[in-house]
Design a protein around this ligand. Structure first.
Ligand code: CAA
Length: 379
């Protein structure tokens, strides 16, 4: 596989880097402390074409490939992983499914404003009793004339309080298990949609996570996404792409940890010289850099396989499993290199650790990624 970046991909990296440094970095510490959502930043990301990067220009997107998306995700997440996840959910978990399974009418009404960043989306699969066990959907959708009536509770919904539109997974026929699960487009201001309080999280604090209650929400039958009973497959295929996005987010955090560590190693003196002269530090930096390069290769391979329409579930799971693991490891090493300074807010690396941890949990835990990989090996 050729991983040389095209001129367009290099331009994406530079654009994302400039935007992250100039527009995101100045407010990131304060937003983390206050748990403030980056409304203005997300609006500007939309204007840059970063909220619907892989969507065709016919539907308001930027028409880029998945590698470009991973490059932008890495640069944005390097500076602020909260902004990264907001962008990732809108791109991979919402726009992707609408473009792939939506009718032209649905694309016109929902995909266009989501891809252009005018509106924000969220993906609602998890429930209090359906996390890793995603087929155990207790949210129901019952047909009533020209409508479906939705009832249930969704958990851990990224962009939950801010989203305009939800991709909502619900059981249309619980008696037949995952074959009775369907996907819907639900407008967040529909009567009966109850947004829970914003979760007070360890990391990615500037992003928005909440539960969503559905109390007799009437959804027009035109808002069924794909065929009735195809919702679980839609969710799984969507998550394959989502995992590339989260792997890129993890990669950004790992790279930020390394860059902060290199800089600090030159600045900090011990035993009359910069700590960069010490082998104990050099070995840590070398290990971090090697792990990051390996993770980036896995992420780009998965992205390339997706672009080439190859089966990429296992590749995406491997990329997410490895990138999330090394993000936590690199953030921990960055703290160790910074010593006491790494343990306080001033040097950012403590946030990298808090932000990194979630990448081993959402869009499928590391254990679920191993299951996906092992099932592919053993089939
Ligand atoms: N693509 C297409 N179809 C798929 C698929 C995929 N990647 N994975 C499974 N399927 C299909 C299977 O082929 C099967 O259909 P057939 O019988 O017709 O072949 C059907 O789905 C059921 O599959 P399984 O028997 O494998 O189902 P399972 O119950 O064993 O579950 C699982 C599989 C991998 C454990 C799955 O439940 C899973 O991925 N769980 C984790 C869910 C997850 O990632 N949740 C994160 C929520 S999103 C989030 O984090 C929120 C946010 O806002 C960021």
């Amino acid at each position: 596989m050729d991983f040389t970046l095209s001129e367009e991909q290099k331009y994406i990296v530079q654009t994302a880097k400039d935007f992250a440094e100039n527009e995101i970095a100045p407010s990131s510490v304060e937003r983390d402390i206050k748990s403030d959502f980056p409304d203005e930043i997300i609006k500007k990301l939309g204007e840059l074409g970063f909220m619907g990067m892989m969507v065709s220009p016919d539907w308001g997107g930027a028409g880029m490939d998945t590698i470009s998306y991973t490059l932008a995700m890495e640069e944005i997440s390097k500076v602020d992983a909260s902004v990264g996840v907001i962008m990732s959910v809108n791109n991979s978990l919402v726009c992707y499914g609408l473009e792939k399974w939506g009718t032209d009418k649905q694309k016109e009404k929902y995909l266009k404003p989501l891809a252009s960043g005018e509106k924000l989306g969220a993906f609602c699969l998890s429930e209090p009793e359906a996390g890793s066990d995603a087929t155990n959907q207790n949210t129901t959708a019952v047909r009533d004339g020209d409508y479906y009536i939705l009832n249930g509770m969704k958990n851990w919904i990224t962009n939950g309080t801010k989203a305009d539109y939800y991709i909502m997974i619900a059981a249309t026929d619980k008696s037949i298990g995952y074959k009775g699960i369907s996907a819907f487009i639900v407008e967040s201001n529909s009567e009966g949609v109850e947004k829970g309080k914003k979760e007070d999280k360890l990391g990615i604090r500037s992003s928005d996570t909440c539960s969503i209650g559905l109390n007799n929400v009437r959804v027009p039958k035109e808002n069924l996404l794909g065929a009735e009973g195809n919702g679980f497959r839609i969710a799984m295929e969507t998550l394959d792409g989502g995992r590339i996005g989260i792997a890129s987010q993890a990669l950004g955090i790992a790279q930020a940890s390394l860059e902060a560590s290199v800089k600090y190693s030159h600045e900090r003196k011990a035993f009359d010289a910069p700590i960069a002269n010490l082998q104990a530090i050099q070995f840590k930096l070398a290990e971090m850099a090697t792990k990051i390069d390996a993770a980036r290769l896995l992420v780009h391979r998965a992205a390339k396989m997706k672009d080439e329409h190859l089966k990429y579930s296992k590749a995406a799971a491997e990329a997410k499993l490895f990138a999330s693991k090394i993000a936590v490891e690199c953030a921990l090493e960055a703290i160790q290199i910074h010593g006491g300074y790494g343990y306080v807010r001033e040097y950012l690396v403590e946030r990298y650790l808090r932000d990194a941890k979630i990448t081993e949990i959402y869009e499928g835990t590391s254990e679920i990624q191993k299951l996906v990989i092992a099932r592919d090996l053993l089939k």
